[in-house]
Design a protein around this ligand. Structure first.
Ligand SMILES: [Zn+2]
Ligand SMILES: [Zn+2]
Length: 411
C-alpha cells in the first residue's frame, strides 16, 4: 500500500495528497461526499460567512465562554441586585457552615453540564467541519492554503491531539462552569455592569489595558514554559504537533492550560472590569487561537496592525523556541525572540534566540534549511518565504508587505 502511494507521488506534478487517512478524523470523512454536495449549493459569500461564524462559535464555546457571556447579560438586564449576593454577611470558614449556597455554587451541576456538553459538541462538530472544509475537501491542493503544504500531522498524532485536546477541554470548560455559577449566584468579583460606573475614560481604556495585559502575561507564561524543565514536563506535549490543526488549540497539558486560564481571568478579580470589553476580548483571543493553530495561511486584516498572520504561530510549532507571543507580535520583537533569518531553531535551541548560522552544526543547518523550504510562500505577505536563504529568492528584492510595514524586515 505504502509503495503504491509512493509510485503515485512520482507521477504527479505537485506533491501528492497524503495517505488515504491522513488525519484519522473519520467522522467527517464519512460524510464528505454529502457535505460537498450541500456546500456546492451555497453562494460564495455565504460560504465564507459560514466558515468565519464556525470559527467564532468554536472559539466562543470551546472553553465555555458562551455561558459566562449569558450569565453577565442576565445580570446586566436583570440587575446584579436581582441575585442575593450575601456580601454583607461575614464569611464563616468553619466546615459545618460550608455549603454550596455559602460558596455561591448552588445548582453548579447544571452549569457544569451545560459548559462541558456544549464544549465537546462544538469541539467535535465545528472542529470536524473545519477539518473537512480544508483538510478533506482541499486535500489535493495544499499549496493553495496550507502553511506547511508538504507535511501532514500523522494519524497517530492527530488522534493524540484530539485526545489531549478534549481532556484539557473538560478542565477549562469545567472551570468556566464553576465560575459562571459563582457569578450568577452573586459571588464576589470586580466585574461591573453599569457602563458609566467607573467613568467612560476607564471604560474605553479597559479595551487596550485588558488586551495588552493578557497578551503580555501569556507571552511571558509561554516563554517560561519554554525553559528546559517546564518544557520537558509540561509544554512539550503541545509541541508534539509540528503541523498544528484547529484541534491543537486546547491540546495543552491540563496544568498549563489551567495556568493560562487563571492568568487570563485575573482582571475580573483585581480591577474594576466591565463585562463587555472583557468578554469581547476573550472571544477575540479564542477566535485567533483557532486561526493561529489552523495550519492555514490566514492573514490578519488591515484593522489589526498588532496581529501576526497565522504563519507566526505555525512557525512556533515548526521551529519550537521562538515567536512566543499570540495576538501582539511586538513582544517578541522587543525581547529578541522574534524569528530571525540568520538563526536556526530546533527543539534543542532553548530561550528564543536560536543558533547563529555560523555556529550551527552542518546537521542543524541542513535540517533548518529543509524546514524553511517546506514552508508555503503563500503564507507570507509577499508570496515569498520571509526566511528563505535561497540567494535567488533573496535577489528578487524586498516586496512591500501590505500592512506590516513595521514588522521586522528580513535581515
Ligand atoms: Zn510553545
Ligand atoms: Zn500552539
Amino acid at each position: 500500500m505504502a509503495t503504491r502511494t509512493r509510485t503515485h507521488t512520482r507521477t504527479r506534478a505537485r506533491p501528492a495528497p497524503p495517505r488515504a487517512d491522513p488525519m484519522a478524523v473519520t467522522w467527517m470523512e464519512r460524510y464528505s461526499a454529502r457535505m460537498d454536495k450541500l456546500w456546492g449549493r451555497l453562494p460564495k459569500f455565504a460560504a465564507s460567512a459560514v466558515v468565519t461564524a464556525a470559527v467564532f462559535t468554536l472559539g466562543a464555546t470551546m472553553r465555555g465562554e458562551w455561558l459566562m457571556v449569558l450569565v453577565h447579560l442576565f445580570r446586566y438586564f436583570k440587575g446584579p441586585s436581582a441575585v442575593a449576593s450575601g456580601e454583607d454577611e461575614p464569611f464563616d470558614w468553619s466546615w459545618s457552615q460550608l455549603s454550596l449556597e455559602r460558596l455561591h455554587l448552588q445548582n453548579v451541576q447544571y452549569f457544569l453540564l451545560g459548559a462541558v456538553t456544549v464544549s465537546y459538541g462544538m469541539y467535535f462538530g465545528i472542529g470536524g467541519f473545519l477539518h473537512w472544509f480544508w483538510y478533506v475537501r482541499r486535500r489535493a491542493e495544499p499549496h493553495e492554503w496550507k502553511c506547511q503544504p508538504e507535511k501532514w500531522l500523522p494519524p497517530e498524532l492527530e488522534r493524540h491531539e484530539i485526545l489531549v485536546g478534549s481532556l484539557s477541554l473538560a478542565f477549562t470548560s469545567g472551570l468556566t462552569g464553576f465560575l459562571a455559577c459563582y457569578i450568577s449566584n452573586g459571588g464576589w468579583s470586580t466585574v461591573y455592569y453599569d457602563f458609566g460606573e467607573y467613568g467612560w475614560t476607564w471604560w474605553v481604556l479597559q479595551w487596550p489595558a485588558i488586551f495588552i495585559y493578557q497578551d503580555y502575561a501569556t507571552y511571558w507564561l509561554h516563554r517560561i514554559y519554554h525553559t528546559p524543565f517546564l518544557y520537558k514536563h509540561f509544554h512539550k506535549l503541545h509541541h508534539k504537533y509540528k503541523q498544528p490543526t484547529a484541534f491543537s488549540v486546547t491540546a495543552i497539558h491540563p496544568v498549563e492550560i489551567m495556568h493560562i486560564q487563571v492568568t487570563l481571568l485575573l482582571p475580573i478579580f483585581v480591577v474594576p472590569t466591565h463585562f463587555v470589553p472583557f468578554y469581547a476580548i476573550a472571544l477575540y483571543t479564542y477566535y485567533h487561537g483557532i486561526i493561529d493553530h489552523s495550519g492555514i495561511n490566514f492573514k490578519s486584516f488591515w484593522w489589526q496592525p498588532w496581529q501576526p498572520d497565522a504563519i507566526f504561530h505555525d512557525n512556533h510549532h515548526q521551529y519550537f523556541h521562538v515567536n512566543f507571543g499570540f495576538n501582539i507580535y511586538i513582544w517578541d520583537v522587543l525581547h529578541g525572540t522574534y524569528r530571525r533569518k540568520d538563526r536556526v531553531y530546533n527543539e534543542q535551541s532553548f530561550y528564543g534566540r536560536g543558533v547563529a548560522l555560523a555556529d550551527a552544526s552542518p546537521e542543524e543547518l541542513r535540517a533548518d534549511l529543509a524546514e524553511r523550504r517546506s514552508e508555503n510562500p503563500r503564507a507570507y505577505r509577499s508570496n515569498r518565504r520571509d526566511f528563505d536563504l535561497d540567494p535567488r529568492a533573496a535577489a528578487t528584492g524586498a516586496t512591500k508587505r501590505r500592512h506590516f510595514q513595521s514588522h521586522p524586515r528580513k535581515s
